[in-house]
Write a protein that binds this ligand. Structure first.
Ligand code: DQA
Length: 146
């Protein structure tokens, strides 16, 4: 089973960025923990981060070509705005889990809307870096059952 992790803008700054909200762990460390868990779950996992909406759309499209079974995605701020990312996820039709480090419903009003949540196989938010690991477990479990 092959899982692609996709993370959006400003998540490359984790560790330095608003640690009171997002924690002190770097993205490299979170991805490292996802890779360890993926190996335990007998999965291959690759990760991609970009600050650019088009690059994220390209990566989602590429997921179909590289025969990825599932996507774990933190769309970051583009999740609140990007119809293009929504359309790309609809186009490839690959099951995905949406994750957020913070509880987007307990913050500013504009963060409550997600352009992709209704398409997701599952959503995990508010557990900090653990959101990724919980989301990965849930995604793999759901794919195995399907
Ligand atoms: C985030 C929440 C978004 O609202 C924000 O724009 C981010 C990170 C999270 O993981 O909590 O960049 O997706």
């Amino acid at each position: 089973m092959f899982i692609q992790v996709i993370t959006g803008p400003n998540l490359n700054m984790l560790g330095k960025r608003e640690p009171g909200i997002y924690g002190s762990e770097t993205l490299d460390s979170i991805i490292g923990r996802c890779k360890t868990l993926a190996a335990e779950l007998d999965c291959k996992l690759e990760a991609f981060q970009s600050n650019h909406e088009g690059a994220l759309v390209d990566k989602i499209q590429e997921c179909a070509a590289i025969k990825c079974d599932g996507i774990l995605i933190n769309p970051a701020a583009y999740g609140h705005t990007s119809i293009a990312m929504r359309d790309a996820l609809l186009t490839v039709g690959i099951p995905f889990v949406e994750v957020h480090l913070s509880n987007i419903h307990a913050r500013e009003e504009f963060r409550r809307r997600s352009m992709i949540s209704d398409l997701a196989a599952g959503i995990v938010l508010g557990f900090g870096a653990e959101s990724y690991l919980i989301g990965l477990r849930g995604l793999v479990e759901k794919l195995r059952r399907a």
